[in-house]
Design a protein around this ligand. Structure first.
Ligand code: NAP
Length: 501
């Protein structure tokens, strides 16, 4: 933990990038506004193009929404820009001298400056940038030093498969201790995602139900209504829904939903339990991929005029999916036999993220609510964790319609976060994560072994897609909820995908 009296320097590599302007600097201003960053702070943006401090500040101005303006005005004088190529050893040494000078000019002892290096760069620059920072002595710090700490935040994607992730992790670990590396996944910064653990482990009534004994299936949907943004298709085409969304966001949410109670909320204990879940995810054989995984891409439809294949930057022979649906299994005592239905796609009818736990049907139908004697049609109980844009929790059950007979009606118990925030949205994910990175709390960052376990699972799917008799890529019209083939992942009495309502 850093002590508030020492200076904190947040050094953002990739200063002129989209992420920095849209998310990172507003998140820092948001922390100031919330009173969470009451400490001496300097922000130093780094990119190759020369630029004056004032020019960078002017570029950032339009990204500050009105509510952030007063905090931004306080932060602005402490925001600096230094041109450097992170791949040039000499530039990085010079940057170190300039960081010292900035601290000294502000009246601080350079031996008591904490530094957060945020790599908002293309991932293929991470390893070399860290190597140069290390050679320049900019990563040296004693474990647990509360003043002169050094930490590095890396953005996703953390590799593009298991071998590349292993190589990246090894390259980072050559120069950094585990406690200095923070893999960021903004999903973990969302209040609604953090609340999964609070909801599960600070209440006594839900946890006894939270297993194969009572849960029939779990669904995690991350649906996006926008297509692949113009100009990003070239990047997206090398990634796809499985690698861009499932490997990180969906599997992170899954690990929080499925993990065992940790022995404490420390970063080590929470991540030990998360990684156990990821390791228990059963990898697929190619035959299982053909049966249990559906990949698809959108054609024109709804508000989206061009199908994915027609976007500039998409290779003519591309087989990149914009949608993936998976029937996954977790082979452990708590979850064996419970399907986890995961899906994510672009160009869908609705933007929403939610987790649904569907509970088993009652063993007998005393009041006659079943359809055609099918008890499984009587599945009244589900628990929905609404992650975004709606933020809340819903518990579904049946009640008897008042009056003669026994007509059953669905009913819901609900909670909305708006009740706690005066109707305002919860704080942006990057706000919380940047604060935790500065304070040295790694709980909401992904550890190396989690990254690797997630790739092991994802790579087994990709191997199935590369098999000679893999099913062809399906299509769906943009503006729909995905391909019909995905419905077939639910079998027998298992129901169907939720509709986010
Ligand atoms: N944008 C998002 O919403 C988002 C979301 C999740 C993750 N990410 C990840 O965040 C990272 C950054 O994404 P982005 O969209 O912000 O990228 P971007 O818009 O392409 O920006 C890249 C930045 O890096 C600078 N840069 C490039 N090479 C450099 C070097 N050798 N030394 C110093 N600076 C260099 C560029 O400025 P100069 O040309 O002046 O050097 C530019 O400021 C990527 O890893 C991306 O995958 C982005």
């Amino acid at each position: 933990m850093s002590t508030p009296s020492t200076l904190t320097q947040v050094v953002v590599f990739g200063a002129s990038g989209d992420l920095t302007a849209r998310k990172l600097l507003p998140a820092l201003a948001g922390n100031l506004r919330a009173g969470a960053l009451e400490r001496p702070l300097q922000v130093i943006g780094v990119a190759r193009r020369p630029k004056a401090d004032a020019a960078w500040r002017d570029e950032l101005d339009p990204w500050m929404e009105p509510a952030l303006r007063p905090a931004w005005e306080r932060l602005r004088p402490h925001v600096h820009y230094r041109a450097a190529d992170s791949l040039e050893a000499g530039d990085v040494v010079q940057l170190g001298l300039e960081l010292d000078a900035l601290a000294r000019d502000a009246g601080h002892d350079v031996r008591r400056v904490g530094r957060l290096f945020y790599l908002a760069l293309k991932p293929d620059l991470f390893a070399a940038t860290v190597r140069h920072l290390s050679t320049a002595g900019l990563l040296d710090c004693a474990p647990g030093d509360p003043a002169a700490w050094r930490r590095v935040v890396v953005e996703k994607p953390f590799g593009h498969d298991l071998p590349s992730a292993l190589a990246l992790n090894a390259a980072l670990r050559e120069h950094l201790r585990e406690d200095q590396i923070l893999h960021i996944d903004h999903y973990l910064g969302k209040e609604t995602v953090q609340n999964i653990l609070a909801f599960r482990f600070q209440n006594a009534i839900f946890e006894p139900l939270w297993s194969r004994v009572h849960v029939e299936s779990v669904e995690i949907t991350v649906a996006e209504s926008i297509g692949v943004p113009s100009g990003r298709a070239g990047y997206y085409d090398t990634s796809g829904a499985l690698r861009d969304m499932v490997q990180n966001h969906l599997l992170q949410v899954l690990s929080l939903v499925a993990m065992e109670p940790p022995s404490s909320m420390s970063g080590g204990d929470v991540r030990d339990e998360k990684v156990q879940v990821l390791r228990s995810l059963a990898p697929f054989t190619p035959e299982q991929v053909a049966r249990d995984v559906v990949r698809a891409r959108y054609t024109a439809g709804g508000n989206i005029e061009r199908g994915y294949a027609d976007e500039a930057g998409v290779a003519a022979d591309s087989s990149t999916e914009t949608y993936v649906a998976i029937r996954a299994s977790i082979r452990n005592w708590r979850w064996n036999g419970v399907p986890f239905f995961l899906r994510s796609g672009k160009g869908l009818a609705k933007r929403y993220t939610e987790v649904v736990l569907r509970f088993r049907a009652p063993p007998v139908d005393l009041l006659g609510g079943a359809v055609d004697g099918e008890l499984c049609a009587l599945r009244p109980n589900d628990l929905r964790l609404l992650i975004q844009p709606e933020e809340g929790i819903r518990l579904g059950f049946l009640v008897k319609q008042p009056g003669p007979g026994a007509i059953m009606r669905p009913a819901t118990l609900g909670f909305d976060y708006g009740a706690l925030t005066g109707g305002a949205d919860t704080a942006p994910a990057y706000q919380r994560l940047l604060l935790d990175a500065i304070e040295g709390n790694p709980t909401l960052f992904i550890r190396d072994d989690e990254v690797e376990a997630a790739w092991r699972f994802v790579d087994s799917i990709r191997a199935g897609w590369a098999a000679p008799d893999a099913p062809p890529l399906a299509t769906y019209a943009a503006g729909s909820m995905g391909p019909a083939e995905a419905d077939a992942l639910f079998r027998g009495c298992e129901g169907i995908w939720g509709d986010g309502e």
